[in-house]
Design a protein around this ligand. Structure first.
Ligand SMILES: Cc1cc2nc3c(=O)[nH]c(=O)nc-3n(C[C@H](O)[C@H](O)[C@H](O)COP(=O)(O)OP(=O)(O)OC[C@H]3O[C@@H](n4cnc5c(N)ncnc54)[C@H](O)[C@@H]3O)c2cc1C
Length: 385
């Protein structure tokens, strides 16, 4: 009998497990994959994510791997010049391959006392008397006072608990791979929109860049036939003629998985399992790490009080809403612009003339300024006139 079984060893699971074990609880973490493993992701940790790595005590180990620095983003609608947004002085994000970051975080969890089992796929949750009491792995039932679902976008824990609010509406697909031979502009990530698609490019250390191409879901058939061919062709279309792909193309989508709530009796959800929308603003790793802080705070208190009812876990739900609700609304707004190229061109021209506007939006999506700062009269006037 464990105090907690954490399903999923990505940033959300590793950080939640590390925090609970660090507080003296007996924690087992299960992941279906063997690490290091790749993950379809733009691989940029925003500045608040870097702060969350410091808070977790994992920054020194992450920094030692030599990640690329990220000072801000350039946004280009089609072939136009677009605009830039810079993080505040002294504040930066990083670009880092997920096989590196996630392995470091899993090692950190082990060092905090977490028992880690990889190659262990959770098929279901085990319930008794209306509450979750463990998980099913193959023929084994593993019992715990608290099950943490940190198993990503299509979370088994979330679906088995019936917490998915609706099927995805935003139907997009992403293709991602590492490339060499591109000068991404030291310290700057770049997002280029073209038609209904966009591409993100950022350095991830070791002379490589992550390139992530996002396209409308109706291209699914074309992508499925030959993902590598589609990706290489997209590189040329987006103007990266010299880019040389160095690994396999990963595909994923759709991303829009809203949940009804993130707690149930004996269980809670963290990271993408607790709801995800769209990768454009690149806030997922921050939310996974910050969500782990909030989850571990409530879960730790509930374990100590030996009350794992949904009422005892409800403070986590409220803390999530306060922490992420406003940012999620900005994310929906940004997606509405990005999926309308003509609108994006108009906005980009305005932002190019008023650098403070670009800084404002990039700082909000970097989670270093609150979403409400976009409603400052000076910024609002710049958006409108
Ligand atoms: C195309 C794309 C680009 C993105 N770009 C960025 C970006 O640049 N910056 C950013 O911050 N965020 C980005 N994100 C979001 C980011 O990838 C996620 O928010 C982040 O990975 C969430 O972490 P997590 O730990 O919740 O889930 P994950 O990282 O997905 O980890 C979940 C883990 O659970 C395991 N698992 C799944 N099912 C089971 C099971 N049944 N049993 C056992 N284990 C299981 C998986 O093997 C995996 O290791 C992007 C997302 C996409 C789709």
């Amino acid at each position: 009998m464990y105090d907690s079984v954490v399903v999923g060893g990505g940033p959300a699971g590793a950080a939640t497990a590390a925090r609970l074990a660090g507080a003296g609880h007996a924690v087992l973490l299960l992941d279906r994959a063997e690490f290091p493993r790749r993950k379809a992701c733009g691989e940029c940790v925003n500045p608040a994510g870097v702060a969350a790595l410091h808070a977790l005590g994992a920054w020194d180990a992450v920094e030692a791997t030599g990640p690329a620095r990220l000072d801000g983003w350039r946004i280009r609608p089609g072939s136009g010049e677009g605009f830039r947004g810079r993080f505040p002085d002294g504040v930066r994000g990083i670009g880092i391959e997920r096989e590196v970051l996630d392995t470091v975080l899993l090692d950190h969890a082990r060092a905090c006392g977490v028992e880690v089992r990889t190659g262990a796929r959770v098929a279901d949750v085990v319930r008794e008397g209306g509450r979750v009491v463990g998980v099913q792995v193959g023929d084994d039932e593993i019992r715990a006072r608290l099950v943490v679902g940190a198993d990503g976008l299509r979370s088994v824990v979330m679906r088995r608990l019936g917490l998915l609010r609706r099927a995805p509406r935003l139907r997009k697909l992403a293709l991602t791979a590492h490339v060499a031979g591109v000068d991404a502009g030291r310290g700057w990530g770049e997002l280029r929109a073209l038609g209904r698609g966009c591409v993100g490019i950022a350095e991830v250390g070791g002379g490589r860049c992550n390139v992530t191409v996002v396209v409308a879901g109706d291209e699914a058939r074309e992508v499925a036939g030959d993902p590598a061919g589609y990706f290489d062709d997209a590189l040329r279309r987006f103007g990266f003629a010299d880019a040389r792909r160095v690994d396999e193309v990963l595909t994923t989508g759709p991303f829009d998985f809203p949940v009804r709530r993130a707690v149930a009796a004996g269980a809670l959800l963290v990271g993408d399992a607790a709801g995800y929308y769209d990768p454009f603003t690149g806030q997922g790793i921050y939310r996974a790490l910050r969500g782990a802080e909030l989850a571990a705070r409530t879960a730790g208190a509930a374990l100590r009080a030996n009350d794992l009812s949904s009422a005892a876990l409800a403070p986590y739900e409220r803390a999530r809403r306060r922490a992420f609700g406003p940012g999620e609304r900005v994310q929906h707004l940004v997606e509405a612009f990005v999926s309308r190229p003509a609108l994006l061109r108009v906005v980009s021209r305005r932002f190019a003339r008023r650098p403070a506007l670009g800084d404002a939006i990039i700082r909000v999506t970097g989670d270093v300024r609150p979403a409400r700062s976009l409603f400052h009269p000076g910024i609002l006037a710049g958006f409108l006139f």
